[in-house]
Design a binder for this molecule. Sequence first.
Ligand SMILES: NC(=O)C1=CN([C@@H]2O[C@H](COP(=O)(O)OP(=O)(O)OC[C@H]3O[C@@H](n4cnc5c(N)ncnc54)[C@H](OP(=O)(O)O)[C@@H]3O)[C@@H](O)[C@H]2O)C=CC1
Ligand SMILES: CC(=O)[C@](C)(O)C(=O)O
Ligand SMILES: [Mg+2]
Ligand SMILES: [Mg+2]
Length: 404
Amino acid sequence: MSFRNSSRMAMKALRTIGSRRLATRNISVMSRNVAASTTRFAPRMTAPMVQTRGMRVMDFAGTKENVWERNDWPREKLVDYFKNDTLAIIGYGSQGHGQGLNARDQGLNVVVGVRKDGASWKQAIEDGWVPGKTLFPVEEAISKGTIIMNLLSDAAQTETWPQIAPHITKGKTLYFSHGFSVIFKDQTKIQPPKDVDVILVAPKGSGRTVRTLFKEGRGINSSFAVYQDVTGKAQEKAIGLAVAVGSGFIYQTTFKKEVVSDLVGERGCLMGGINGLFLAQYQVLRERGHSPAEAFNETVEEATQSLYPLIGKYGLDYMFAACSTTARRGAIDWTNRFLEANKKVLNDLYDNVENGNEAKRSLAYNSAPNYRELYDKELEEIRNLEIWKAGETVRSLRPEFNKH
Ligand SMILES: NC(=O)C1=CN([C@@H]2O[C@H](COP(=O)(O)OP(=O)(O)OC[C@H]3O[C@@H](n4cnc5c(N)ncnc54)[C@H](OP(=O)(O)O)[C@@H]3O)[C@@H](O)[C@H]2O)C=CC1
Ligand SMILES: CC(=O)[C@](C)(O)C(=O)O
Ligand SMILES: [Mg+2]
Ligand SMILES: [Mg+2]
């Protein structure tokens, strides 16, 4: 079959798959029906799965992993399971907001504990938490909670631990959304009491997205881990809480694996690395005489508005197949250059996460009393970079923002 025909077939198959994928949420249907009709350009198929009650064993490129899901915890089961519990959300940043509102919407008993009259206190009131009823200063909220969900900033968890620790009494559960405080205990000095369950649920995304996906009736992917299981029920509680706070599919990890992968991810592909790549390409294009609009469109706008969403929906091969053959050839050819250059940086990053240097840096900076003002200044500097000023204008033309 000629390349042209196979490409045409591929695009037809992609269109079919594309529409069918959008219509079909059920993984098993997709992997059965579509696998037969795919061609080599079609997006990679979903992992075949063997469903057992409450947990699926799935094959991730040859490695079998367990996956739990929100469907196993319908609201009535959640409410019944946690009927004798009060979830005390300590800290109301992006995660406290998302997780707290989701758990409250699902009918669980939830209170919030933050500094009185601080930014979070005010935000919590805006979100309907009532001072003296569901909103309290930290220690009072902990005294009312049976499941203490420490969602303070990681630096604040260290700073406040001496006040919080005495309230983490036998029979309570200590919950985190990051392994940071427990794993870097040589720096955080956080040693959980020996007579409580210690668990984590780490949403793989911003707390804002934890909330929006929940409201869309879906759920964010989260990982869970058990650090200490005194009751013999720590894992079940962690999975139930993962659903309660808005998770869709839930993966097992350990506190160490979670914190190292998370610190690497946010400094790498998710935030720091993409910032560096955007800046590098934009600066090269501008230094070689391209206009700000052309440089921004070619670097950020096309990526976020056209190509990256295709990766998210159907995989990278689908996105490559959806671009020109000219682009495809070049992209494949240059991949290794970027791979080699970035692996050097990422291994250096991984070393600095593993040896605690990144934790040290984060604790030092985020413990400053004026940490918010310091970030405001740094983020203002980023906002005022030419790339993002050009981006403001490009974005303003989008229908949803069009002011012109
Ligand atoms: N952001 C995210 O999307 C994700 C975060 N996580 C983890 O979730 C946890 C919470 O993160 P996030 O929601 O981003 O919150 P932030 O890191 O933005 O922390 C903000 C919260 O910490 C409180 N706080 C800061 N300093 C102090 C202090 N000195 N004393 C008392 N309270 C303080 C703030 O209260 P105030 O308003 O009074 O300053 C606010 O409620 C962390 O462990 C994080 O690693 C996990 C996954 C994703
Ligand atoms: C949103 C998230 O998962 C991060 C980037 O790890 C975080 O905010 O710490
Ligand atoms: Mg993360
Ligand atoms: Mg993180």
